[in-house]
Design a protein around this ligand. Structure first.
Ligand code: DGY
Length: 323
């Protein structure tokens, strides 16, 4: 029987590309250039399976371009707000993601952003590399203490819970959270995390606010000018979720006028373009969407996407089906 044609939209770690080639008629993206709308439409015409990532915009226009052959989009990543899920459902295209395997690494990055912003990590390194360091002194580059402070989580899914463990056990932080779909009370108690009834309550009480909600139209600019103004003076905003959850212009203004002490960002509204005001500020710790970027995790994500494809092609329900 002919092998299924599988199109991979970006480079994957070597082990996972080798596995794809073993199992399928895999068409790899060896130059790793992001695919534009026309290339994505061609992929959907030619392949039984397309393996996209967060850098592909799988819009209704992409999905609806006739005649489509693809029956499954096995996304390399947990977030899927770059795929028009409604259009995929309408066209009977199955969509899967890769949860769990990236939870710890993404929580690590959220913690890195929090620590880096509070303790001025990247600013300090820039200062040193520029040759501006004149030596130790009691008032040099004072940051903000993290231990014992209140961490407010917006969303309390897997990654937020993993961050809770790090912040509670490692830094003795008090944890508060809001999630429209809260976990069972016993689970929150076990993690020593206190639920709040609204996003606003969390914002008013937390020294550090970390975002862990999905992206998409329901959460777009959840952190807008009004809500950012509710945050405690001198608080920090951390985002390892999706860029469009924050109104970046409003965040830059709050950082410029000193209402917020700092921010740590791994994701951006218009990736890979970065808001020029944010780029010009010293008190923002900026990373290039590295949440899941450890070798082990990226291999595990690829293998998980492959598991979903294999299940689908053998007529079973893919374990990580989201549409
Ligand atoms: C994810 O898995 O959603 C990461 O942000 C990379 O796409």
């Amino acid at each position: 029987m002919a092998k299924a044609v599988v199109i991979v939209t970006r480079r994957w770690p070597q082990e996972t590309e080798a596995r794809l080639q073993e199992l399928f008629d895999a068409r790899l993206n060896t130059d790793d250039r992001p695919m534009d709308e026309a290339r994505l439409q061609a992929a959907l015409r030619e392949a039984d399976v397309v393996l996209p990532t967060v850098s592909d915009r799988i819009t209704a226009a992409v999905l609806e371009a006739p005649p489509g052959k693809t029956r499954i989009l096995a996304n390399f990543g947990v977030g899927f707000n770059h795929i028009d899920i409604k259009a995929a459902k309408r066209l009977g295209i199955v969509v899967t993601n890769t949860p769990e395997v990236l939870t710890d690494c993404t929580a690590d990055i959220a913690m890195l952003l929090l620590l880096g912003a509070a303790r001025r990590g990247s600013e300090g390194e820039r200062h040193l590399r520029a040759g501006d360091w004149t030596g130790w002194r009691p008032t040099h580059m004072l940051g903000t203490r993290v231990s014992g402070k209140t961490l407010g989580l917006i969303g309390f899914g897997r990654i937020a819970r993993a961050m809770t463990k790090r912040a509670r056990l490692g830094f003795d932080m008090r944890i508060i959270f809001h999630d429209p779909y809260p976990p069972p009370t016993e689970l929150a108690q076990e993690l020593q995390a206190e639920a709040r009834n609204s996003v606003e309550e969390v914002l008013r009480e937390a020294d550090f606010v970390s975002l862990h909600c999905p992206g998409g139209k329901d959460t777009r600019h959840l952190l807008n000018r009004e809500r950012i103004a509710m945050m405690k003076p001198g608080a920090f905003l951390i985002n390892s979720a999706r860029g469009d959850v924050i109104d970046e212009a409003a965040l830059a203004a709050a950082l410029q006028n000193g209402q917020l002490a700092g921010a740590g960002l791994d994701v951006y509204e218009h990736e890979p373009e970065i808001n020029a005001d944010l780029l010009s500020l010293e008190n923002v710790f900026l990373l290039p969407h590295l949440g899941s970027a450890s070798h082990e995790t990226r291999v595990a994500m690829g293998m998980r996407a492959i598991d979903n494809v294999q299940a689908f092609l053998s007529g079973q329900e893919p374990p990580d089906r989201v549409a």
